[in-house]
Ligand binder design. Structure first.
Ligand code: SF4
Length: 317
């Protein structure tokens, strides 16, 4: 069963069974600095193509062995949207998946291809990477195949987000000294304003990278998160939480911190010392802080802020 892996439990997506759409080796239209696979020249097409029947057969067998799966994740040793029979595969999975959700993890590069665009519209959940919004940084961090331009990708993601009815997630991975500048975050902010999505996950390198580059500490990610517009649904995803040192926050500081950026309990555990956590709990008990759930993740924010967002939604509808 070389095309199937898992199930693995993901806090963000639930219990996932993965299908590798490039099981014979890395085939990708990017060659990212941070890739956890070996460096390899970016290519536009798959040369080694797994037969579609093999994948469908493997998946059906795996689902019989693991019936309690939340999500079937289409991924690859490389970029899954380069699989030439992706559309047929998605249609086939739709016929037997029942209530299990489908998810694809894509680097976004092929979204400007109308065929891929239409296929991705059929999935329940789509996660698209967007590591940079300026041409220079994009080429530096993602090292795309010739002819792939970030402006075309951003236009495609924006258009997709307005037409898509499923849950769209955006992921930004920060690399020290490459895309962690104010200039880049400002450009990303501009691009993200016109992308309607469920959540924007920001993270950093947490596995050995293809090239000699470094990730950021949790506090640096947290500082970057505050440079994004507060209206954007930013979520910090980091395994470097444990290395941070908790600090003391007053009641007002807790409220203004949550006002700028809603936090998860993991963030609070990392940032707040014991006294601050007790104060946070009191504010929660008094109803001054409330929680909202966004695709399996609970965020805490000031009740006033929540009311404001609710009235904005009411105005829009
Ligand atoms: S898009 Fe993914 S698989 Fe391709 S090079 Fe980047 S990290 Fe590696």
């Amino acid at each position: 069963m070389s095309t199937i892996f898992g199930p693995v439990h993901s806090r963000r997506f639930g219990v996932s069974l993965g299908i590798d759409l490039s099981s014979s080796g890395k085939q990708c239209n990017f060659d990212c600095l941070y890739c956890e696979l070996a460096p390899m020249q970016a290519v536009m097409h798959q040369q080694m193509v797994t037969p579609i029947n093999e994948m469908i057969q493997d998946l059906k067998e795996a689902l019989l062995n693991h019936p309690a799966i939340d999500v079937i994740t289409l991924t690859a040793n490389g970029e899954p949207t380069m699989y030439p029979y992706l559309d047929q595969l998605v249609d086939a999975i739709e016929c037997f998946k029942g209530s299990t959700k489908t998810l694809i993890l894509s680097n976004s590069a092929s979204l400007s291809d109308e065929h891929v665009f239409t296929t991705l519209l059929k999935l329940d959940q789509v996660k698209l990477s967007l590591d940079a919004a300026t041409a220079e940084t994009f080429k530096k961090i993602d090292r795309p195949a010739e002819g792939i331009e970030i402006s075309t990708i951003i236009n495609a993601i924006q258009r997709f987000s307005h037409l898509y009815h499923g849950k769209l997630f955006i992921e930004i991975l920060f690399v020290r000294g490459v895309n962690d500048t104010l200039e880049e975050v400002t450009a990303l902010n501009r691009a993200l304003f016109d992308i309607q999505c469920e959540r924007i996950d920001i993270g950093t390198i947490d596995r050995p990278p293809a090239y000699p580059v470094q990730g950021l500490e949790f506090y640096e990610l947290y500082t970057l998160s505050q440079q994004f517009d507060p209206s954007l649904p930013i979520h910090i995803v980091s395994r470097t939480h444990a290395s941070a040192t908790p600090s003391r926050y007053t009641r007002n500081e807790i409220l203004s911190t949550l006002d700028k950026r809603p936090l998860t309990m993991d963030d609070i555990d990392t940032l707040f010392d014991t006294t601050s956590k007790n104060e946070f709990q009191k504010l929660l008990d008094e109803g001054k802080i409330t929680s909202v759930e966004r695709s399996n993740i609970i965020f805490y924010l000031p009740f006033k802020n929540f009311e404001r967002k609710r009235s904005k939604r009411a105005l829009k509808s």
